[in-house]
Ligand binder design. Structure first.
Ligand SMILES: *Cc1c(COP(=O)(O)O)cnc(C)c1O
Length: 399
């Protein structure tokens, strides 16, 4: 009885503690963004097609803030978020390493003078050709999440340093990745035993909590599972010495977010379970570049169809504004002050899929020629854009 009462007390205490933490979790620190006056002045410099304005000083600030929040964790920027050479150069100057998915990304980094040893190949399934080329360039670290990939890399580069991507919960992430990549416990066991048998250097663990993750607990759980995987590897005679806590660090759009300092506290505490000799990296993409950019486009025309207001922009899903299709809500600014009404916002192409937002509240007096300014859009916009239907790629201007 007594034990039960104490368990109940403990539970109530932990629920209270959680409730306390929840209220203090979100929007606890100020977030910086590209100054809107700089966006206005860029438009005054001229406009002939959609553009992304990037302020490199914000990238620097975010990189420093990340490192200050997690002093043991070296950021390896996920190149796919925004592979503009000026963006990469800024990150290089700030001391970041990099994470790649393809040889084109590696070639770009090498052309900028990034040492191959600072690049992690974190795409769980790679072609033989790409593995061989990466190895020839001097890449040391390769991710795996299957026995097949282990065998493939081992047959090409038997001394490769490998890290195992494990499956972790993606609860509370806007882009859950669980279900695509990551070894589950039984598979992880088989990979570990196979690596030991092959005498492959399976030397670390990685996970990814899902992009724009607003739940810091996912990192704690990921790191606990990583800790268990370390033990399993050591028991099999392997020498685990790399922990990769992945990406997913969120930026502020419409919904409140846990600040990087709050996530940092969770990560730093969980790191106490890893010896100091363990190398610890993260792979932030969005976090380092989103806030540095505004995406600027223009209304080509408006229409009323079946009683609904439509605006057609000169950039849509194919022109870089694609994350809205997966539910991301951007903060949008305009130069109009009319009362908000629901608009359907479309891109310029004739494809029926090219609708960026439906029933988005925007000023009623918006009209042809007006500019649309999308805040914190430095990541996963221009990187996705295509020439589909003959519309030009957005330009990137860096200040
Ligand atoms: C895309 C990706 C990242 C970056 O994710 P963000 O949500 O932008 O931080 C990191 N690691 C891997 C393996 C990725 O595929």
């Amino acid at each position: 009885m007594q034990m039960r009462a104490s368990v109940a007390r403990k539970t109530i205490k932990s629920i209270r503690q959680q409730a306390f933490e929840q209220t203090h979790l979100f929007d606890s620190h100020p977030e910086s963004s590209l100054d809107f006056e700089k966006v206005r002045s860029a438009v005054k410099d001229g406009y002939d097609k959609p553009f992304l304005l990037i302020d490199s000083s914000i990238i620097r600030e975010k990189t420093r803030r990340f490192t200050a929040a997690m002093p043991r964790v070296r950021p390896h920027y996920a190149v796919k978020a925004n592979p503009d050479p000026r963006v990469l150069k800024t990150l290089l100057e700030e001391g970041a390493g990099f994470e790649i998915a393809s040889i084109a990304e590696l070639d770009l980094l090498v052309s900028l003078g990034v040492p191959a040893t600072d690049v992690f190949y974190s795409n769980p399934t790679k072609s033989r050709d790409f593995i061989a080329r990466a190895a020839a360039q001097g890449i040391e670290w390769f991710v795996i999440d299957s026995v097949e990939e282990l065998g493939k890399i081992h047959s090409i580069k038997s001394d490769a340093r490998l890290y195992l991507r494990i499956d972790t919960p993606n609860i509370g992430s806007d882009w859950p990745l669980a279900g695509k990549f990551g070894a589950h416990p039984g598979e992880a066991r088989e990979i570990v035993l196979t690596a030991a048998r092959l005498k492959a250097d399976l030397a670390g663990v990685a996970f990814h909590v899902g992009s724009q993750c607003r739940n810091p607990e996912n990192w704690r759980v990921g790191m606990e599972k990583s800790r268990a995987a370390f033990d399993q590897m050591a028991k099999a005679g392997l020498n685990p010495r790399l922990l990769n806590v992945g990406g997913g660090f969120p930026v502020r759009h419409v919904k409140p977010i846990p600040a990087i300092e709050v996530i940092g506290e969770v990560v730093n505490r969980a790191l106490e379970a890893f010896p100091t000799a363990v190398k610890v990296i993260a792979e932030p993409g969005r976090f380092l570049v989103s806030d540095a950019g505004y995406f600027v486009c223009r209304i080509m025309g408006t229409a009323t169809r079946a009683g609904k207001r439509w605006m057609h922009l000169d950039a849509g899903l194919f022109g870089g504004i694609i994350e809205t299709a997966e539910g991301l809500k951007y903060k949008i600014r305009t130069d109009r002050a009319g009362p908000d009404v629901p608009w359907n916002v479309a891109g310029p192409t004739c494809d029926s899929i090219d609708v960026v937002m439906r029933d988005e509240p925007l000023p009623s007096d918006l009209q042809e020629g007006d500019y649309i300014y999308i805040k914190n859009a430095g990541a996963y916009t221009t990187a996705y854009a295509s020439n589909f239907n003959g519309f030009p790629l957005p330009e990137i201007r860096v200040i």
